[in-house]
Ligand binder design. Structure first.
Ligand SMILES: Cc1cc2nc3c(=O)[nH]c(=O)nc-3n(C[C@H](O)[C@H](O)[C@H](O)COP(=O)(O)OP(=O)(O)OC[C@H]3O[C@@H](n4cnc5c(N)ncnc54)[C@H](O)[C@@H]3O)c2cc1C
Length: 411
């Protein structure tokens, strides 16, 4: 089946165009293609499946557990969105293995309480575990006595690389056209009142435009005078070749997030290759999509190794590889999902996932499709507005820390 430019001949107008076909954009193309078969064009600047953005690895954590209501009330729907993609494709994308939030009594357990409050408010069941109970349930851990845990059974991982390609393939099956190696250079309003999208492969027009350009968001939006202040960081995850593979399979070991006084660590069981996986949240330096190096930082790898030696030594093994990836964070680290109405572009819809959105990628695609087709969404995205102070106030102080932290720096 032909796709791309050759498939569309001289056609240059679509009802809907999506700029950026990474995690969220591939979701938008898929969900739009269900609502408007044959009327969707996805444009991707690199080759599909490239590793220069934020979404291309074999696993991302997915969980009901969030410390903030605006996400906790969406998390059940994100599992449903992935389930629909799984039903339609016959591919398993989500793997549940349970999830642990770990903290230290007296220093970081206040973060755990935020999770508990949000879970209670949304009627999501969970268990609290002491250090000894954690050890009894997961003997792989060697937890310090002051460690406390919150366990939620529905957490797990979503296979991101598979999710992205599945979205695109299903969308193509619904008549969507996806053109890769096709950077969008600018957007503007044309005299007929449509949105005009200029690319290196020609100019296209549409009724509604969805911009899901990750780290390059502002390069795309700049041409219509929209700017979303973001910090892009080069993050990394390390895969360790544990000899104890059987102790870290998805049926025996959960995903976990450990809030320490210095950094937040996250880790996943073996999936997609034979290694265990660990990273530090927002641990990397500021970069841009074009200046990032792909060079892993050995200090961060050592920091993860040092932690694992203390709390989970069997997770370790020789470093298989360390893979870099981009976070694109708004100043308050919350999503932006809104139209550019203030710039008189209510037909341009923008989404920024703020460095924690893969679990939501399919649901965000569904939300964007509803906004594009219906002009509104059934989901509550009222706090992801583009006119909040974190986006509009140039003096807004970032609410996140970057890099490896000195002991006293984290709230
Ligand atoms: C190391 C790491 C670990 C993470 N772990 C988790 C996790 O466990 N759970 C979780 O939920 N989230 C996690 N995240 C965050 C999550 O992966 C991202 O929030 C999400 O994948 C971002 O998706 P996106 O579609 O916005 O960006 P991207 O996937 O980067 O997609 C943007 C796309 O737009 C394209 N593009 C940009 N400009 C143009 C243009 N001008 N023309 C055409 N195309 C363009 C880009 O090439 C790119 O393909 C992690 C991120 C990293 C880096």
């Amino acid at each position: 089946m032909a796709d791309g430019l050759e498939a569309i001949g001289s056609r240059r107008h679509f009802q809907y165009i999506v700029v950026g076909c990474g995690g969220i954009g591939s979701g938008a193309v898929y969900w739009l293609s269900k609502r408007a078969p044959g009327e969707v064009l996805g444009l991707e600047q690199f080759e599909l499946g490239h590793e220069r953005g934020g979404s291309q690895d074999v696993s991302r954590i997915i969980r009901l557990t969030y410390h903030d209501d605006r996400y906790t009330k969406l998390t059940p729907a994100t599992f449903e969105a992935w389930a629909e993609v799984e039903r339609e494709s016959g591919q398993q994308l989500v793997f549940k293995c349970g999830g642990l939030q770990l903290a230290e009594r007296g220093s970081t357990d206040h973060i755990m309480e935020k999770y508990a409050v949000a879970l209670d408010r949304n009627n999501i069941p969970y268990e609290r575990l002491s250090s000894a109970q954690l050890k009894a349930r997961y003997p792989q851990f060697t937890p310090p006595p002051n460690m406390v845990a919150l366990y939620q059974k529905d957490a797990g991982l979503v296979d991101a690389a598979l999710g992205n390609s599945t979205h695109v393939q299903l969308a193509r099956g619904n008549g969507a056209v996806v053109i890769d190696r096709c950077p969008v250079l600018r957007i503007r309003r044309n005299p007929a009142g449509n949105v005009e999208v200029t690319t290196t492969k020609g100019t296209f027009t549409c009724r509604k435009l969805v911009v899901t350009a990750g780290a390059w968001l502002n390069d795309v939006l700049g041409s219509i005078g929209v700017h979303v202040p973001v910090t892009v960081t080069q993050e990394q995850v390390t895969y360790f070749g544990t000899p104890h593979i059987k102790d870290f399979t998805k049926d025996r070991f959960p995903i976990w997030i450990y809030h320490t006084p210095r950094n937040d660590f996250y880790a996943l069981p073996v999936h997609g290759n034979s290694g265990t996986k660990i990273g530090i949240d927002a641990g990397g330096p500021p970069v841009t999509g074009n200046t990032r190096t792909f060079q892993p930082d050995p200090v961060r790898t050592k920091t993860t190794r040092d932690l694992l030696e203390k709390i989970l030594p069997k997770f370790l093994g020789p470093e298989m590889f360390t893979k870099t990836c981009l976070y694109t964070m708004t100043m308050d680290r919350h999503f932006v999902v809104d139209t550019c109405t203030q710039q008189r572009f209510s037909d341009v819809i923008v989404c920024c996932g703020a460095g924690h959105a893969y679990k939501f990628a399919s649901l965000l695609g569904k939300i964007l499709s509803e906004m594009a087709v219906d002009g509104r969404t059934q989901y509550d995205i009222s706090q992801f507005n583009i006119d909040r102070p974190a986006v509009t106030d140039p003096n807004f102080k970032p609410t996140f820390y970057m890099g490896l932290q000195p002991a006293s720096s984290k709230l």
